[in-house]
Design a protein around this ligand. Structure first.
Ligand code: PHE
Length: 388
């Protein structure tokens, strides 16, 4: 169907009549009904031809456009407020059309708009891509270099890696146990029954199904004995949790590095020799330590190995209190614990220790407040890049 199309005066300005050629012509509008027919002489064209004509013009213009600015100008010319497509839509006198023609031409207009939007977007992308390409060939030797930020390991990770290294050098295996633990391995298997007062010192976070967040890496002692038997030399570093109020030297989340040796004729002398070797290798200098009795239900005898505080030189500070810091609780493994691990205490004996890994990192790197370690502030890590 060839519908004539009424073209308003201002649309004539946007439409290049010469380009439209024979598709646009002047006819008297004697057969039009609405108010737009107030004047006699109007421009008309066949609407299908006009739409095609606009499409062609758009495609040609985009082909020639080589810059972002040029594409943008075409967008304004066609789709802008006064652009040809917008004007065409605005000036279409739908009132003079039949319902069928209205529908048909409405669709044509939409198609035209979509066609223009898609082509313009594609042209924009093409110009951008060629710009990038152009830039990458454009080597500017005077441009300042792009700095690369070096990642850093957390001080506790660094301390842990170093301890693992030292212990492996002494023939220890490195094992890891679960952070979510059963009450049995965390307490009962370690000679701490339900009503034992030692439980009060290690209150923790209780999960739903009788599981807990482990309060110490000692929870891995019996697991390890059951799994590997004796003789054994192993350490198990990891994260522990306690229901604790937080201050410069206490955290609800901290790290320990547990270790045990089970073999024939293991004595306190072996324990002390290993501890001395470890400390001299970690601190690489003489440090003052003291050994005093300590009570833990799973060792007998039990000790506290304290380190003379390296932050205050033993004078006393908010981290250590009295100048000494409890660094490595230890002792000979209680026969009951060996039994829980399926090992005959008449045949084997052993020692166990729990290095306070968080404290060790604080002493080693001079960190005065334990809260820095869990604060998630990258500025803490950033100070340790040189050690990676
Ligand atoms: N697990 C004990 C604690 O967290 C430390 C310890 C480990 C003591 C091994 C003795 C032997 O307090």
């Amino acid at each position: 169907m060839n519908f004539f199309w009424f073209i308003s005066e201002n649309f004539l300005e946007t439409l290049d009549i010469a380009d439209a050629g024979a598709d646009v012509f002047r006819v008297p509008d004697y057969n039009m009904r609405s108010r737009v027919c107030a004047h006699n002489d109007r421009w008309f064209c066949f609407k299908e031809r006009l739409v095609e004509n606009l499409k062609e013009k758009l495609a040609q213009a985009l082909n020639a456009a080589k810059s972002l600015e040029a594409v943008e100008k075409i967008r304004v010319d066609f789709l802008g407020r006064k652009g040809s497509i917008t004007t065409l839509a605005k000036n279409t006198d739908f009132a003079t059309m039949t319902a069928e023609a209205k529908k048909e031409f409405g669709q044509k207009l939409n198609e035209l708009k979509n066609f223009a939007q898609e082509r313009i977007a594609a042209a924009l992308a093409a110009v951008q891509a060629s710009n990038v390409h152009h830039k990458s060939n454009d080597l500017d030797l005077t441009a300042p270099g792009k700095g690369r930020r070096l990642g850093a390991l957390h001080p506790i990770t660094l301390a842990q890696m170093e301890l693992e290294d030292i212990f492996q050098g002494m023939g220890f295996s490195v094992l890891y146990g679960p952070e979510v633990e059963s009450e049995y391995f965390c307490f009962e298997a370690l000679n701490i029954p339900h009503d034992h007062p030692a439980r009060d010192m290690q209150d923790t976070f209780w999960l739903k199904n009788q599981l807990i967040l482990r309060t110490h890496t000692s929870a891995n002692q019996v697991r390890t004995l059951l799994r590997f038997g004796a003789p054994i030399r192993a350490i198990f570093p990891g994260r522990c949790f306690r229901y604790e109020s937080v201050d410069p030297s206490h955290e609800n989340t901290f790290y320990q590095c547990e270790g045990l040796v089970v073999d024939k004729d293991i004595s306190v002398a072996n324990l002390i020799a290993v501890m001395k070797t470890i400390l001299s290798q970690v601190f690489k200098r003489d440090v003052k330590v003291r050994l005093r009795p300590g009570y833990f239900p799973f060792v007998e005898p039990g000790f506290e190995l304290d380190l003379n505080c390296l932050l205050c030189g033993g004078k006393g500070c908010s981290t250590c209190g009295d100048g000494w810091i409890e660094l490595i609780p230890c002792g000979l493994i209680h026969p009951e614990v060996l039994r829980h691990g399926g090992i005959d205490p008449k045949e084997y004996s052993g020692f166990a220790f729990g290095v306070g890994l968080t404290r060790l990192a604080m002493m080693k790197f001079g960190i005065r407040d334990i809260r820095y370690l869990n604060c998630g502030d990258l500025r803490v890590n950033e100070q340790f890049t040189t050690l990676v």
